[in-house]
Design a protein around this ligand. Sequence first.
Ligand code: SF4
Length: 300
Amino acid sequence: MLPTASPVPQGRTLPLADWYRANARDLPWRRAAFHEQFGAWGVLVSEFMLQQTQVSRVIPRLDAWLERWPTPTAMAAATPAEVVQQWANLGYPRRALWLHRAAVEVVERHGGVVPRDVEALLALSGIGDYTARAVSVFAYGDRHPVVDTNTRRVLARAVEGRSHPASPSRRDLLLMESLLPSSDAESAVFNAAAMELGATVCTARSPQCEICPLLGECAWVADGRPDTGDARRRQAAFEGSDRQARGAVLRVLRGAGEDGVALETVLPDWPDPVQRDRAIDSLIADGLAEAAEGSLSLPR
Ligand code: SF4
């Protein structure tokens, strides 16, 4: 339970459940067969991958991942190099190492069973407020507020009359908790529905209010859709970025054998050698690459 002292609006309900049941996308991690086969581990892996990566890119990688490592125990036995290799082009590859560490921790602390308790989940590597609650709610059916970027936008508009959400804060969880239905099952549906509405209808740039189930209750629409001047964070350009350089170095290492490649052969024609070297240094610092005796490789 979250702290109760908060100036969030109370007593609101948002009619999302029927809309969700009729309109939710058929995604692998929502299917009963997926839960039967992979349980909370499948939910945990999918949530790791969905952090900062689009659904369409996650689906094939998730299938391959769970086929190779269907349990935390299976994954804990893998090497860091194998998980970074398997992560491929999902982006932000530190997530692969965190997921691997989390699998090891699940084996060591919880006998190979992904925990249900939010605090125990939060204690695992790479797991924050969103993922911990998502696993507890979507894998185990517990009642907690689950707030991602899409939900924050829906709440900002429908409840608070803002064009875009303010910076993430504890208040997001309190506001979502105040809106949850009382039953565990319905609160899980509500959590999923708010995310789905933000992903498909109440999008950042072109909300489709005319087909939105909240149109009649939306505070932002009622106010005439004002630009409330909230900070809008835009993703930094990828082209020419350090992220792009890190990705290029990792592609070289994935294509190399266990012994890696000679350092001087890593991207010799990269347009900015300083940026390339910075990318190599940061990959080593993050544990995503290892340098030894003049060669660079994935972590062994
Ligand atoms: S009515 Fe429009 S702005 Fe309001 S929640 Fe729906 S899509 Fe978003």
